[in-house]
Design a binder for this molecule. Structure first.
Ligand code: CP
Length: 319
């Protein structure tokens, strides 16, 4: 196994497990390829044959609306056969191990596994396990609090779409950074692409110790942190990953860190507002902002289709 398990010995993307450590050229190749798929969709081309004859298995061991559905749409637009394994009615519910499930699906001639799992590292484990099958690709669709690379990539795509160039931007990531795989993936992408000012804003209890080492500036005051920002990325409070009470209450959190029109007025007048979803209105974001003119939350979802098409097309081409 080479040092970066998602790259082949030739430096080509073999799996997509994390944005961390991915070379700038690989990130840009994915974003540019996604751009070409957006163009195709705008010309009303419904399908391209890049994955014809390939089987893509959606393995979601944790709930999802956006990621699972957009992977399915993306794979179908690439002409793949898509199999959505229902984990609750699969043999995983009878105690079959993750790797035994993978071996059995591999025996059904799988070409790609799209994996979401509550345990950080599960997609890495699968990628290592299938290392002897170079035609098999693993895409991390979110593992624990570790990484959500296609979400990070679609966030980068969205920022580039609205702001064109990363080299002059201030981007603020707000809220529960501690438990957020989305934040980690986006921050790695932003710094690799040369964003000069990446900020994280939140209470001490919801920011990882030593987060500065990721190349970000830390703010505990929302007003200070938002001042002059070009993009504001709001995060959900991930109660399901919290161990013990980290906040007085959701209402208190909203007062200090919820994005309201008044707080957004501190960012640049043309700042965009993003959120990976699912949103908790009235907890991290006010409906007036979520549904307001600067929100690009739904375009993020749409761009996610093209970004996921790009990832799968690139992987399938690198065998
Ligand atoms: N952003 C995101 O991962 O949403 P889902 O949980 O709905 O897939």
């Amino acid at each position: 196994m080479n040092r970066n398990p998602q790259l082949s010995e030739r430096g080509e993307l073999q799996h997509l497990l994390t944005v961390e450590g991915l070379p700038r050229e690989v990130l840009l190749h994915i974003l540019d390829t996604a751009g070409s798929f957006v163009g195709i969709t705008e010309r009303d081309v419904k399908k391209v044959p890049l994955l014809r004859g390939k089987s893509v298995f959606n393995l979601f061991f944790e709930n999802s609306t956006r990621t699972r559905t957009t992977f399915e749409i993306a794979a179908k637009r690439l002409s793949a056969d898509v199999i959505n394994l229902n984990i609750n009615t699969s043999s995983a519910a009878k105690g079959e191990s993750l790797l035994d499930t993978i071996d059995n699906l591999s025996a059904m001639h799988a070409d790609m596994f799209i994996v979401r799992h509550a345990s950080s590292g599960a997609p890495h484990l699968i990628a290592r396990h299938v290392a002897g099958h170079p035609h098999l690709h693993v895409v991390n669709a979110g593992d624990g609090r570790h990484a959500h690379p296609t979400q990070g990539l679609l966030d980068l795509y969205t920022i580039r779409h609205y702001k064109q160039d990363f080299s002059r931007l201030s981007v603020a990531v707000v809220g529960d950074v501690l438990h957020s795989r989305v934040a980690r993936s986006l921050i790695h992408g932003l710094t690799t692409l040369g964003t000069p000012d990446v900020r994280v804003i939140g209470p001490k209890t919801l920011l990882p110790a030593g987060v500065e080492r990721l190349g970000v500036r830390v703010f505990h005051d929302m007003g200070e942190g938002l001042r002059g920002c070009d993009a504001v990325v709001m995060l959900r409070l991930q109660n399901e990953r919290m161990k013990g009470p980290l906040l007085p209450s959701a209402q208190e959190f909203f007062k200090s860190y919820g994005l309201t029109p008044e707080k957004l007025a501190l960012a640049k007048p043309d700042a965009i507002v993003m959120h990976p979803g699912p949103m908790n209105r009235g907890v991290e974001i006010d409906s007036a902002v979520a549904d307001g003119p600067r929100s690009v939350i739904l375009p993020q979802v749409t761009f996610g289709i093209a970004v996921r098409m790009a990832v799968m097309a690139i992987l399938a081409g690198n065998r």
